[in-house]
Design a protein around this ligand. Structure first.
Ligand code: PLP
Length: 395
């Protein structure tokens, strides 16, 4: 019985968008408030405050009215001025892509690049900053999702801070899935969004901005104002009694409020443990089946995505199509430089459930076997379950 492409899949384990939490979708179905109504204004202030608490930050974040891709572009346009020299750290597709926005505004953009299955060591950043003391802004993608690798943002942040630079972090597919927060990594601009680990539909972005970054944006004559790319426009939007720069996405705000409440009620540490266990169960199963992971080392593998190297001579898109049609399971393909080379299994928010890892191993193994590629399917399933069973025995 094939799961037809015209029917919804059984389970979507992609690297985003993720299936939203039901409570988020219910909240989005609430009546739409008038944005100038005091009830909504207070709710908006509360959402920003809850986001601040979730981000473990001193300053209230900005909610931007668009996907994180818009927020990253806005961050570049607002922070980076014509006299800036940007050091863009590249370990994957998103890191590489940020340079195209940085170049639009910076005097100069230089790059430090590692292979896309590697991470950027903080020592290499320190060495580059010694070589180029004129660097004023350093940008990095924390979890470069098409690679499934994590950069050590806390230690890089320390290096950037001691250099006196501004540090811009893309934490879109990591915040909410592991311990990463703007103040803890000394980020001046910290971009994340709802549709990855927080379990919202695609829509809003959250941007943490340090006091010194706000001051820099205010000094930047080219920082957007009266624009969808403006961070400054939204800086004080949370203060009740103010007029919003434009009508907030009311339903999305209600959904974000529910997502943040869920995150804090479950407990961030518990949420991260759920992501870590799901990823561990997935990796154990994938490797026990005889497949290879894309990240060069386990220590740099993100707990929010398992990126599997596709065996040679196999069409990656066909592999995913077989998993979709036989088992109703949806995975992500690679992107840019990793397209065709990897299949990605997301563990983000609602999809970070350990047993889903076992299902992913089963479906991927079954699809490979159907395509004539031998895998140790039983061993993969056993290894995946063993990780989950072991965790349920420990207190
Ligand atoms: C998903 C993602 C983004 C934003 O992509 P959208 O298409 O706006 O959701 C940015 N950076 C990273 C690392 C991501 O994973």
């Amino acid at each position: 019985m094939p799961y037809l492409d015209s029917h919804e899949p059984v389970l979507s384990l992609t690297t985003g968008p993720v299936p939203a939490y039901p409570a988020v979708l219910r909240a989005m179905g609430s009546p739409i408030s008038y944005d100038a109504d005091p009830v909504f204004q207070h709710r908006y202030a509360n959402v920003v405050e809850t986001a601040r608490v979730a981000l473990r930050s001193r300053s209230p974040p900005v909610i931007l009215q668009g996907e994180p891709v818009l927020a990253l572009e806005a961050a570049a346009a607002s922070l980076i001025a014509a006299d800036d020299v940007v050091l863009n750290l590249v370990s994957g597709v998103y890191g590489k892509g940020f340079a195209s926005w940085a170049r639009r505004h910076a005097g100069e953009v230089i790059e430090l690049e590692v292979p896309f299955n590697e991470a950027i060591p903080a020592e290499a950043v320190a060495a580059e900053l010694r070589r180029r003391p004129d660097v004023t802004v350093v940008s990095v993608c924390h979890h470069d999702t098409p690679s499934g690798t994590l950069n050590p943002v806390a230690s890089i942040g320390t290096v950037v801070a001691s250099h006196g630079g501004y540090f811009l972090v893309d934490a879109v597919s990591s915040f909410g899935g592991l311990d990463v927060h703007p103040d803890a990594c000394a980020a001046d601009v910290f971009v994340t969004g709802g549709n990855k680990c927080l379990g919202c539909p695609p829509g809003l972005s959250l941007v943490g901005v340090s006091d010194r970054a706000w001051a820099k944006m205010e000094r930047n004559p080219a920082a957007p104002r009266a624009s969808a790319l403006s961070l400054l426009d939204w800086k004080e939007a949370w203060r009740p009694g103010r007029q919003f720069p434009s009508t907030p996405l009311i339903a999305e705000i209600n959904g974000l409020a529910a997502a943040l409440d869920l995150y804090l009620a479950e407990g961030p540490e518990q949420v991260w443990a759920r992501h870590a266990l799901t990823a561990a169960a997935c990796r154990a199963g994938i490797t026990a089946m005889g497949l290879e992971l894309w990240p060069a080392r386990a220590e740099i593998s993100a707990p929010t995505a398992t990126v599997v190297r596709v065996p040679p001579n196999l069409d990656e898109a066909v592999l995913r199509a077989v998993a979709r049609q036989r088992y109703g399971m949806v995975f992500s393909g690679g992107r840019g430089a990793t397209a065709g080379l990897v299949t990605r299994i997301g563990h983000m928010g609602p999809s970070a459930q350990p047993i889903f890892a076992t299902l992913a191993v089963t479906a991927l193994g079954g699809a490979l076997r159907a395509l004539g590629h031998p895998v140790a399917l039983g061993a993969g399933v056993e290894a995946s379950l063993a990780v989950i069973d072991e965790a349920s025995r420990s207190p």
